[in-house]
Design a protein around this ligand. Structure first.
Ligand code: NAP
Length: 267
């Protein structure tokens, strides 16, 4: 069995930054996402810069039970030991709940929560208990507040944050080290870049590049931190938001998102 770092959502903005940062430190990689062609292209791109690492590119739709079963059968058949899991894949869904299709409303739960929890359990159960296993889960600063106009997304991240912190404590004496990272805006997809821009000054001062977030999370994992927020200004926002009631916080975040979504014609 050989050690590999498994990255979900590796073809996305933050996933790619994680993949390059892990390749740089010499990790073998299993990269996953839904589109095999994009994964194959990413594998080629990383291997052209880091030819000495092994990369396995394997698609898996996190919202599909059968895909997840097939994925882990494949991992087992390849004698891959996952000693680092980066739960990065996530659907970012904006707009009012009432305007979402039934499918989208459930899919965000399936990808962000169900698929991520299942991957985590499958990796933990398959591990070699004598070896350390590190897990990074990408939640969001959105997980700290109820967010009108982005309610489903924020709720899935609150679930992940709560679950992962509790699991980190359950597993802390079992050689499993779980770090949850809660970033604010990250300059990844065009949609996210537009969303950050539409938030004006607040968006600019709280946002990070994907490379900054990946580097920050990997450092925190090395120190066995349980939950971390990138960027001092975001830690300050998190600190002061302990004081208002949950309802006032939700009103403030809701107003902020409504303004930003109106500028982008998101209903
Ligand atoms: N960008 C931000 O402002 C921000 C802020 C805080 C937290 N985050 C979190 O950071 C993480 C990465 O975000 P990002 O901005 O880099 O996103 P992104 O660029 O949209 O990439 C998302 C990744 O997730 C994968 N994915 C989507 N649906 C999937 C599914 N059903 N099964 C498996 N993989 C799936 C995509 O793969 P395919 O394209 O192949 O489907 C892609 O690789 C997410 O968890 C997000 O919630 C982002």
């Amino acid at each position: 069995m050989e050690n590999f770092t498994l990255i979900t959502g590796a073809t996305g903005g933050l996933g790619k930054a994680f993949a390059f940062a892990c390749a740089k430190r010499g990790d073998n990689l299993v990269i996953s996402g839904t589109k095999q062609e994009r994964l194959d292209a990413l594998k080629k791109e990383i291997n052209s810069k880091y030819p000495d690492i092994k990369i396995v590119a394997k698609a898996c739709d996190l919202s599909s039970d059968q895909d997840r079963v097939n994925f882990f059968e494949f991992i087992k058949s390849q004698k891959i030991n996952v000693n680092f899991l980066i739960n990065n894949a996530g659907l970012i869904v904006e707009g009012d709940f009432i305007n979402m299709s039934d499918e989208d409303a459930l899919k965000v739960i399936k990808v962000n929560c169900e698929g991520t929890v299942d991957f985590t359990q499958k990796v933990i159960k398959a591990r070699d208990e004598r070896m350390p296993l590190h897990i990074i889960t990408v939640a969001s600063l959105a997980g700290y507040y109820p967010m009108p106009h982005m309610a489903m997304y924020a709720a899935t991240k609150a679930m992940l944050k709560s679950f992962m912190v509790a699991l980190a404590l359950e597993m802390k004496d079992k050689n499993v080290f779980i770090t949850t990272v809660c970033p604010s805006g990250i300059y990844t997809s065009d949609a996210m870049k537009e969303a950050i821009k539409a938030q004006g000054f607040n968006g600019r001062i709280t946002a990070n590049t994907p490379e900054e977030v990946a580097e920050f999370a990997l450092k925190a994992s090395k120190k066995h931190k349980i939950i971390v927020v990138p960027k001092a200004v975001n830690r300050f926002v998190k600190f002061i938001s302990k004081f208002p009631s949950e309802k006032s916080l939700a009103k403030t975040t809701g107003r902020m998102w409504k303004k930003s979504q109106d500028k982008r014609n998101i209903k």
